[in-house]
Each structure stands twice: as structure tokens, then as C-alpha cells.
Design a binder for this molecule. Structure first.
Ligand code: FUB
Length: 311
């Protein structure tokens, strides 16, 4: 097939062009990649898409019951460290939900803190998501889930950022993007959640991912106005804003995959965009596959649009 031929050509040319080989993981579906550099390697914490079946998740929708973590030193050969957190081991989650959505991980004071959204079994705050934390001594676990989700956080797609002064921040989404300082214990908010304004008015904004480069704080997020999500960014000189919409990192997917979800990381002197598409499941866009491509900055700090190395 054309897709097979395309994958084969990408496989042949990717080492020559210094690109990652996309999609990164071939033996399972992966989405929402949060890439981090820990211990000299890239670790990717994705969602783990599976197929819902009657009684196990919502048929035709996103379905996930656990998380794996993958590591690599060359972005081509990946080690699957296996399941690090699963919904049946997290006491506060609704174990019928199969909705372990986009996670993130941060290192602090010798510990790795893994943040993940899931619907709680306690429905007093409605049918939405809460955000939990699991803690480990290594980037690949074993992770021990905290018995309760983070208080006062309702939403999906947690992202954690540690500023140079040691202050950590939590970002998350619930149609808009929210942010708050975290206490030093990394388990509680240190201030009121704030809606980050000045982003486009219309369309769902989710999947926040914040990073800093040369004193500029980049708030990146997928934004959908029409059919599929476009990766955009806003900048500020403060991690809590005010942000100014700055540009587009990646255009809408021409494959028709509704979602996209990004993280941006520097590894061995090169910046990379991690994101996802539907390469291994072109007819069902809730079974996704993660990718990475090189990302470049202009001299004024703006990001050059990344052209995906697959359709
Ligand atoms: O993976 C489920 C949801 O799809 C994520 O939480 C969103 O960011 C979107 O990618």
C-alpha cells in the first residue's frame, strides 16, 4: 500500500536526515507524548490507546487503562519499560472509565512525579476528570499512586513545569487552560487556579505544555476551530502570563486525525517536537501513534513551523 511504501521510505531516509523514525512506537498505540530528558536519555510518557469493547470503555471513543514509559538515546531505538500506572491500582479512579488521558512527569528532590488525569469514582464534583500523582525513585518506576487526586483541580492534560528558581507550576485544561503554583511537596496547589487569558477566543484549547528558553516562557497548546487540532503557542516573560498569542507550531493534520498533542524538549543540543497522528490506524483516529521531528527557533525566539515527516 502507499502508506506501507511511505513508512519504508521514511525508515530508509530518517537516519540520513537526522530525524527520528516516525511513528516512534510500532507495537502498540501511543498518544499525547510528554517527552523529558532524565539521566541523559529521552523518556516519553504517552497515553496508551487501546480499543474499547462493550463493558470496557466507551466503544468508538478514547480508551486507555494504563500508562507505559519509553526511553531512547537516539530517538529511533526505544525501550518499553512496561506499565508504570494502571487504573485498577489507583484507588480514587472510576475503574469502569478506561480514561487514563494525557500524562506528564517531573523530577524534583530525587523523586519522579507522574501526573495523570482520570475520572474519579466520587462523582460529587460532576462527571469530569481529576488529576492524580504517582511517585517513583526512577523515571521508569515503580510508581506509587497517591491515595487522593490533587484538591481543587478539575480537568485533563496535566503539564508540570519547574522554573529556574525552583518554583513548580501545574497547567491543565478544561476547555480553557488553567495554571497554578504547586507547593514544594508537588501534591497540592500553592495558590488559586488562574485561567490563562489572551489566547484565541474560539475553539477548544487543551493539552497545555509550557517550557522556557532564553527567558521566554512558551505556552504551547492544541487548538481546534474546524475539524482537527492545530498546535499553537503564546509567549510571556512570566510562567503565569499574561501570554500573547505568537504563532502556529504545526498546521492541522491532513490525515484527518482529530487530536494532536505536543511536548517540546532539547536533547543533545537539538530541540524536538513530540506529537501524535493516526499512522497505524488511519481509519480510527482514537488509536494514535507518537512521532518526533526537529524544531528550530528564529533569532527573535519565534518557532519555525514544523512540517511533519509523515502526512
Ligand atoms: O488522549 C485523550 C485526549 O485526546 C487528550 O487528553 C487530549 O489532549 C487529546 O489528545
Amino acid at each position: 500500500s502507499f502508506l506501507g511504501l511511505l513508512l519504508f521510505v521514511c525508515f530508509l531516509v530518517s537516519p540520513i536526515l537526522g530525524m527520528a523514525q516516525n511513528p516512534l512506537i510500532m507495537n502498540q498505540f501511543t498518544a499525547d507524548p510528554s517527552a523529558r530528558v532524565f539521566e541523559g536519555k529521552v523518556y516519553v510518557y504517552p497515553s496508551h490507546d487501546i480499543m474499547a469493547t462493550p463493558g470496557h470503555g466507551r466503544v468508538g471513543w478514547f480508551c486507555m487503562k494504563d500508562y507505559h514509559v519509553f526511553s531512547s538515546e537516539n530517538l529511533t531505538d526505544w525501550t518499553d519499560h512496561g506499565v508504570i500506572v494502571s487504573q485498577d491500582k489507583v484507588k480514587w479512579t472510576d475503574s469502569t472509565a478506561y480514561s487514563m488521558w494525557a500524562p506528564d512527569c517531573l523530577f524534583r528532590n530525587g523523586k519522579y512525579y507522574f501526573y495523570f488525569p482520570a475520572p474519579p469514582k466520587d462523582k460529587r464534583s460532576g462527571n469530569g476528570f481529576a488529576i492524580g500523582v504517582a511517585i517513583a525513585d526512577t523515571p521508569y518506576g515503580p510508581f506509587i499512586p497517591n491515595p487522593e487526586p490533587i484538591k481543587d483541580v478539575h480537568g485533563i492534560d496535566p503539564n508540570v513545569f519547574m522554573d529556574k528558581n525552583g518554583q513548580a507550576y501545574l497547567y491543565w485544561a478544561q476547555s480553557n487552560i488553567y495554571a497554578a503554583k504547586l507547593k514544594d511537596n508537588m501534591l497540592e496547589l500553592a495558590g488559586e487556579p488562574k485561567v490563562l487569558g489572551n489566547l484565541p477566543d474560539k475553539g477548544l484549547k487543551e493539552g497545555p505544555y509550557l517550557f522556557e528558553r532564553k527567558g521566554i516562557y512558551y505556552l504551547t497548546y492544541p487548538h481546534v476551530e474546524n475539524k482537527t487540532e492545530r498546535l499553537e503557542y503564546a509567549t510571556s516573560n512570566n510562567p503565569l502570563g499574561p501570554f500573547k498569542f505568537t504563532g502556529v507550531i504545526m498546521d492541522e493534520s491532513i490525515s484527518g486525525c482529530w487530536t494532536n498533542h505536543q511536548s517540546i524538549v532539547e536533547y543533545k543540543g537539538q530541540w524536538y517536537l513530540f506529537y501524535h497522528n493516526d499512522d497505524l490506524s488511519p481509519n480510527f483516529d482514537k488509536n494514535r501513534s507518537i512521532r518526533a521531528d526537529s524544531l528550530f527557533f528564529n533569532s527573535d525566539g519565534t518557532i519555525r513551523k514544523v512540517i511533519p515527516t509523515l502526512r
